[in-house]
Design a protein around this ligand. Structure first.
Ligand code: AMP
Ligand code: MN
Ligand code: MN
Ligand code: MN
Length: 278
């Protein structure tokens, strides 16, 4: 089993730890190649690269973009990207989404107030600490205010997709996100397809939309689920990616670079990532 992790979050979006900290953890678990994949930002990549260089870990620039698909709802697309100076268009588009997240957070706080769980905007901002604002920051503020016991309870009661305090952001379509990633010279992987209501349909739609890969080695998904993902990927001509989706928020998360990725998949991934860098 090779030690890769192509799905990691930091304080630059909704992770609890700084980019360098995350890379040090990955290195401590023997990682040779990782991708920092914050929501809607590449802001942490430089710090992660510097940390990686000192530790002998290759760090790939990545981003996780939320997309809307009718009728499947919200899906996430991971973009793996070449060197940063080619990414101006992508950065501009991502900046639009970051701005929009603030307005959306305010609408969420209004809903929470009406639901009897008021929290201050400042409390959310303190958790975001300059990073991309997301629902996990609101969840943490709900815990602080004593409205819920845990981040998970905040999602289960209020913030889950379609929940009473959920506000849909206006986001790209699947096709648009793939095009944006391709135009930036990157390749696109459908994040955690096993977490969607219709796993197989979402993967088929992603392939039809021009996507390149699916995230098959996700967290501790069991062997039969992984085998099924590999079969689907083969049938549709998609590559396989994998990672922990580490945020450092929930007590039961797998640490960076601890998801078992079989050697045959890892070798292909390392080749794919090296092509990006060259
Ligand atoms: P946002 O980008 O603001 O829509 O927030 C999405 C993030 O919230 C995801 O990347 C996860 O970190 C977290 N999340 C979404 N749904 C859930 C859920 N049902 N339980 C726990 N965390 C969730
Ligand atoms: Mn997240
Ligand atoms: Mn996701
Ligand atoms: Mn993620």
């Amino acid at each position: 089993m090779a030690r890769l992790d192509l799905h990691l979050h930091s304080t630059c979006s909704d992770g609890r730890h700084a980019p360098a900290w995350v890379i040090r953890q990955a290195a401590a678990h023997g990682a040779e190649l990782v991708a920092l994949s914050d929501h809607d930002t590449l802001a942490g990549v430089e710090e992660a690269r510097e940390a990686g260089e000192a530790l002998g870990v290759t760090v790939v620039a990545a981003v996780e973009i939320s997309v809307i698909h009718e009728p499947l709802g919200e899906l996430h697309v991971l973009g793996y990207l070449p060197a940063r100076d080619e990414l101006d268009d992508l950065e501009l588009k991502l900046a639009e989404y970051r701005d929009e997240r603030l307005g959306r957070a305010r609408r969420t706080l209004n809903l929470l107030r009406d639901l009897g769980a008021p929290i201050e905007e400042d409390a959310v901002m303190r958790h975001a600490d300059g990073g991309v604002i997301g629902r996990p920051h609101i969840a943490r503020a709900l815990v602080d205010a004593g409205h819920v016991e845990s981040v998970q309870e905040a999602f289960d009661r209020y913030l889950h997709n379609g929940g009473p305090a959920f506000v849909q952001r206006s986001v790209l379509s699947m096709e648009e996100s793939i095009e944006l990633i391709h135009d930036s010279g990157g390749f696109a992987s459908l994040a955690h397809p096993t977490r969607y209501r219709e796993t197989e349909t979402s993967i088929e739609s992603f392939a039809a939309a021009g996507g390149d890969a699916i995230e098959i080695y996700y967290r501790n998904d069991p062997p039969d689920v992984i085998a099924n993902g590999e079969r689907l990927a083969n049938r549709l001509g998609l590559a396989a990616t994998g990672g922990s989706d580490f945020h450092g928020i929930h007590p039961d998360e797998m640490p960076p670079a601890t998801v078992p990725i079989p050697d045959y998949a890892a070798h292909r991934l390392i080749d794919l990532m090296k092509d990006l860098a060259s």
